[in-house]
Design a protein around this ligand. Sequence first.
Ligand code: ADP
Length: 469
Amino acid sequence: SSNAISVAPILTGLKNDCATPLPVLRHVADEMTADMRAGLAIDGGSELKMILSYVDSLPSGNEKGLFYALDLGGTNFRVLRVQLGGKDERVIATEFEQVSIPQELMFGTSEELFDFIANGLAKFAEKEGGKFHIPQGRKREIGFTFSFPVKQISIDSGILIKWTKGFAVSGTAGKDVVACLNEAMERRGLDMRVSALVNDTVGTLAGARYWDDDVMVAVILGTGTNACYVERMDAIPKLQGHVSPSARTIINTEWGAFSKGLPLTKFDKDMDAASINPGEQIFEKTISGMYLGEIVRRVLYKMAEAGALFGDSNSDKLSKPFVLGTPDLCAMQQDNSENLEVVGSILSDVVGVKLYCHCMVKSDLTARKMVVDVCDTIVKRGGRLAGAGIVGILHKMEEDSRGLIFGKRTVVAMDGGLYEHYPQYRSYLCDAVTELLGVEKSKNLVIEHTKDGSGIGAALLAATNSKYG
Ligand code: ADP
């Protein structure tokens, strides 16, 4: 049809601009490796912050006792307790609760927010049942997962750089968030202590490592994205003096800020310009769940505007940022029906364009196929670039420890809703890793989904960093 003909060049152009052939992937992986080195050399040396986690010893499986975790990273906070039984018994019992944070507290004072959290924690602790035991005279210890940008000072303290994700709490920036929590617990009369302050990526690595000694990297692909890995102390020039008995530590890369060598389109640049943080988090904006749907929406809007893709259909709804979510792309890509009925209903429900399925005009089916093609193009690019990022990390590690990454089994622990729920994204990611590494090196590499390891990971890090030795 004539519609398909006038849209075709937009699709062809998009595919060209988003292409990720092996040389592009190689270049991205190399730039990631180089940026990691630059960030390890000096503070501010790279877009990648390469933050020291002060996690110098990882769970071994021998941890014993009762530990708590507190996870604050979005509109909910989660509390968890776990009774650890050492190598043989492992996790004897675990319980958790989730509490949603009232909207007004996200715009209130630091004291109000931390009082609310301490109160939730206290109520949870009061319900501790008979399966959990703490030796006499000991305080209950907490692993605190705090997924906002923090300048870590030690394993159990860190200064909040700024709130993100819609939080605008006054009086916390520039303060030690552990001290804020401790003060609130004191006001509540709650006698617990924070033994580890961790980023969610670091918690994921620790949680996965508890079950598998070969876990060396953790990657989160959800609303946003981040990665961390096990680094050699002597490969961190900016460290100057800090020593670890294990000679290893975890580095939180904050890789969402990476930007070099990415194949970007006008749609990406426009989305970035309209965002609350233009010029920042470019890798995140290309590969993570918050943005994939929005990039596709921008492409479809352009196609609709050209008057071509959806005929005379009203595209008012389609002009609204973020109406199309990444789960919608995922649902459309799972549509195996002959007439792409799911695609049709998502287009009419979410985007407000009607492609009349009952008359099965050929051009309507062609249009739906094109929509799926657009989704696939953006998701393929995202997954493959995420894969290239992982290979960049692995190469960095291998360069400093010949044979210790590719010469033996190595596990990359993956978590986050995007990786978990989007099969095409997952396989594009894995394909890219295999292409880049080649068959031989890929054999030893395991990319593994670890569901919700970060909560228990934080409790495990409280155990490994226990004040009671
Ligand atoms: P967060 O990253 O917000 O802490 P998650 O790890 O659960 O939480 O990730 C949620 C994100 O995962 C959503 O913002 C969405 O982008 C993505 N996601 C959730 N469900 C799906 C799905 N069915 N298909 C594709 N992406 C999904």
